[in-house]
Design a protein around this ligand. Sequence first.
Ligand code: DCS
Length: 481
Amino acid sequence: MSPKPLDYESLNENVKKVAYAVRGELYLRASELQKEGKKIIFTNVGNPHALGQKPLTFPRQVVALCQAPFLLDDPNVGLLFPADAIARAKHYLSLTSGGLGAYSDSRGLTGIRKEIADFIERRDGYPSDPELVFLTDGASKGVMQILNTIIRNEKDGILVPVPQYPLYSATISLYGGCLVPYYLEEEANWSLDFYNIRQSVAAARSKGITVRAMVIINPGNPTGQCLSEANIRELLKFCFQENLVLLADEVYQQNVYQDERPFISARKILFDMGPPISKEVQLVSFHTVSKGYWGECGQRGGYFEMTNLPPQTVDEIYKVASVSLSPNVPGQIFLGLMVNPPKPGDISYARFVAESKAVLESLRRRAHIMTDGFNSCRNVVCNFTEGAMYSFPQICLPPKAIEAAKKAGKAPDVFYCLKLLEATGISTVPGSGFGQKEGVFHLRTTILPAEEEMPAIMASFKKFNDEFMEQYEDYRGYSRM
Ligand code: DCS
């Protein structure tokens, strides 16, 4: 009998090809060990609230009132909620046609798209058109929608940084496109190297691939770098010369832990460059409520903004967004609040600033504790986490460890990460899940465990690592690749 349509052998091959390491083998083993009663430190996902980060008070007050509008009629509401939260809840409810239980426009609520456009204008110094801002269920859905719009067949190439966040490789597989890798330069703080990028493009073209788009993640995941203005300028020139649409994943724009290279959006630099580039290069930028000091991953609020896309294309994107009716409405309200937080003079301002500063300052300290910790370990080197939420140390595995991994039927970095998990409960993601140069090994951890637990976690990592190295190094020692 022929297989049924949903039997494994008859599934869409693109679905089978998808790989997503952030919830891959290591995560599954960690979940098993947890069930058996082992204490697991889940540093595999950038999911701050799951590791104890408290939600900011003001946005939760506003959304609570939007979810339970009958509270607004309660004579005691003013005792429980500050007046500015009550006013904001009324404002957001007035933007909806029936509250949070009603679908919104498929692009999101008009009033919130306007708040986002105002935020972009304040941030970049150039006006933004709310008609070109679409809300999505997290940034992931926006990235998927735009890649779906770009990829026509398996000959369409998308330049993706390596290491990359596997949303990109997974989505390109799912839509049947071709991932064209470009390597970030680890020795130069994970920056872009255009000689190398041009070579990647040339190699893809020689195989008949039409390179159509380029992805940047800034600040970087998993690499944590903040790109310099000069690097982004060169990148935009490159996209102009090569006729590429730039997908700027800027979800970590609030997560910056150094002062030399503050976040500057690709859009601002594009407009600073002036015509013809500013009028020609097509750009889609992504943002989310999941990151920053918000960390509201479960709310699924995101947006993308389109620059230099013709109206017919925007209409097509709108049409496809309409097929899923509406992005979730509470997530949209979180986005409105993120881009339009309490202002000086508002009742909730002081508390909001204190809470958000506490999160960001602690993340900055944790970035230092982690990278310093990794750099104190034998055969481990780690660039400073300049931004985002991750450390991505290089683990220089001795040949004997690589042999042992082969014998166990595992990739060397998977072997190391599994041993780390079994010994310490620290659940990481092997570098191979993000891509890395041949023969070079990494792992990714988030910098999100509670600050007070961090020194003990790093001590436990060091103890495991140094013993592992001792076990697998031969007496002559071992030099880095
Ligand atoms: N882009 C990047 C670079 C990300 O790191 C993430 C999430 C997203 C987009 C998608 O975010 P939302 O859909 O929640 O808006 N990062 C994942 C990660 O690497 N660990 O946890 C989540």
